[in-house]
Design a protein around this ligand. Structure first.
Ligand code: MCA
Ligand code: AMP
Length: 490
């Protein structure tokens, strides 16, 4: 391999102070196991084990299914140190999704938390399985030589075509995201991040988790639960959320008694930064959170393929309803209202899909985001929606209507189906299935059917039984017309 060494590894394992705490769990207890030194040691031991499979993994994929925890961090850093390309799988994925992700990424090895092993056992074929809690060999190898161009991670994202696509991100691209955010948001070693995001998407794993580790700061990992998050604000300096989390936080706040509210408001004053992204934050929610806490949410915009592109300023005016200005190093053009991006954070391509990769860029080499927006006179960008109605954003997750339709078509009662996103106060959009049926069908029965076949956040929350689906003269489905249709009485 040639090229410069990985700036990501230089920062993650070379820069922090070994005795500083990198990761704590839900109870917040520090303990020696979560220090940078301890994580580095366990990660190196895992890397040595992985390199027993193949001496230089040289970008070969290593998938891992580990719940959000210190072990997740050990595993991710271990895979990166081995020279492998990390493919994070999620406990939220259903069996069909895991099957697709493993088949598509064709990993060299799989690392798994023991309690989750049954989920991958039947899918791994002949691939070696490593358990995170197994004793590791004490052999020390020289660190694998990993370049900035080497693939570091594949994150799966839903698109306008069928199954999720693997977005390949190089060490250099991830480092560019982290360096840009460190500068823009003034990450510090003294920061403590309250981390409640899932770890199989850019927001949770790169922007939040690696953002903290890049700075040598500490991340507290726990599942999202509104009252707990309010309590922990008092021990945190940074929180990163999707709009649905802020909806849920404000619901809990409004339901709380006066003394609890007073305590929560006071605790939140510790936060020096609360960000929102992955979906649109309403100006009303922005204002409600500020009134409750005195904290002005910083909204930013990004995408798995391009990393983070736009952000309201850390210092300077944060405009509600706007995603702000270009982050350091990023260029955004509006072409026919579509955001097109050039950035050192850019992905290397869709895994194994050269045609889709080529189609994703315009003739000038700019990435076509499919997001539509406008700028105000100061250059702040306001997003107006997306070009495709086949993409749904629910609670910050990007969902493909086509992927959900494919599953619904297997239901025996369904003749024809179209899936749309319907505006929703809590989720931003909720998944709605518009179906032509051959026999009566209830939402609950449909949800049970779906839950066996997809992650539960993809399962339709609404069913509209319709006489027929609107089509144009060419027979093409007119999804936009479905938004106006109400379900006839069932
Ligand atoms: C959970 N449920 C959902 C969602 N989340 N339904 C629709 N949409 C969702 N997003 C369902 C569950 O399956 C369950 O269904 C019921 O709601 C209650 O689940 P619960 O776990 O209690 O919900 P929650 O914990 O309050 O979840 C809400 C959440 C979560 C915390 C906001 O959705 C979440 O973590 N979202 C973040 C997604 C994210 O990280 N996106 C970033 C990708 P049932 O009761 O039927 O079982 S975008 C990205 O990375 C780009 C680069 C960017 O810009 O950031
Ligand atoms: P994903 O493919 O999951 O990375 O999601 C990327 C998409 O999330 C973008 O293309 C946008 O449509 C959406 N998105 C991200 N941040 C924001 C935001 N602040 N406001 C509105 N939409 C956003």
């Amino acid at each position: 391999m040639s090229g410069s060494a990985s700036p990501l590894l230089a920062r993650l394992v070379g820069h922090p102070i070994a005795t500083d705490v990198a990761v704590v769990g839900p109870d917040g207890a520090a303990g020696g196991a979560g220090t940078y030194g301890a994580i580095g040691a366990r990660a190196r031991a895992l890397a040595a084990q992985l390199r027993g499979v193949r001496a230089t993994l040289d970008g070969a994929r290593v998938a891992f299914l580990v719940p959000p925890s210190r072990s997740y961090v050990d595993t991710l850093v271990g895979v990166l140190l081995s020279g492998g390309c990390a493919v994070p799988l999620s406990p939220l994925h259903g069996p069909h999704e895991l099957e697709h992700l493993i088949a598509d990424s064709s990993p060299e090895a799989i690392v798994v938390a023991r309690e989750l092993a049954p989920r991958v056992e039947g899918l791994r074929g002949a691939r070696p399985l490593f358990f995170i809690d197994d004793p590791r060999p004490t052999v020390t190898l020289h660190d694998a030589r990993v370049t900035a161009e080497a693939p570091a991670m594949i994150l799966y994202t839903s698109g306008t075509t069928g199954k999720p696509k693997g977005v390949v991100l190089s060490h250099g691209a991830i480092a560019a995201t982290l360096a840009s955010l460190e500068e823009a948001w003034q990450w510090r070693r003294s920061d403590r991040l309250l981390h409640t995001l899932p770890l199989h998407h850019t927001h949770g794993v790169i922007v939040a988790l690696l953002g903290a580790l890049w700075a040598g700061a500490c991340a507290q990992l726990l599942p999202f639960e509104a009252a707990r998050v309010w309590q922990l604000f008092a021990d945190s300096t940074v929180f990163m959320g999707v709009p649905t989390m802020y909806v849920k936080l404000m619901e809990a706040f409004e339901a709380a008694d006066e003394s609890t509210r007073a305590r929560w408001s006071l605790g939140a004053k510790k936060l020096r930064l609360a960000t929102s992204g992955s979906a649109a934050l309403s100006a009303r929610l922005h204002q409600a959170f500020r009134e409750a806490t005195g904290v002005t949410i910083l909204e930013r915009y990004g995408m798995t393929e391009i990393g983070m592109a736009l952000s309201n300023p850390f210092e300077g005016e944060r405009v509600p309803g706007s995603v702000g200005l270009e982050l350091p190093g990023v260029h955004v053009d509006l072409v026919d209202d579509e955001l097109r991006v050039r950035s050192p954070q850019m992905f290397s391509g869709y895994h194994g899909d050269r045609a889709a990769t080529e189609a994703a860029f315009d003739e000038q080499g700019r990435f076509r985001t499919g997001d539509v927006g406008e700028r105000d006179e100061r250059g702040y960008v306001r997003l107006l929606g997306r070009a495709s109605s086949d993409i749904i954003k629910s609670g910050g997750y990007k969902l493909s209507a086509l992927e959900i339709e494919e599953v619904l078509r297997e239901h025996p009662a369904i003749v024809e189906v179209a899936v749309i996103g319907v505006p929703d106060e809590t989720w931003g959009e909720r998944v709605c299935a518009c179906a032509v049926v051959r026999e009566p069908l209830e939402l609950e029965a449909l949800r049970v059917f779906c839950k066996e076949r997809m992650a539960s956040y993809k399962v339709p929350r609404e069913l509209r039984v319709v006489e027929s689906l609107p089509r144009n003269a060419m027979g093409k489905l007119q999804k936009k017309l479905l938004h106006g249709l109400d379900s006839p009485a069932r």
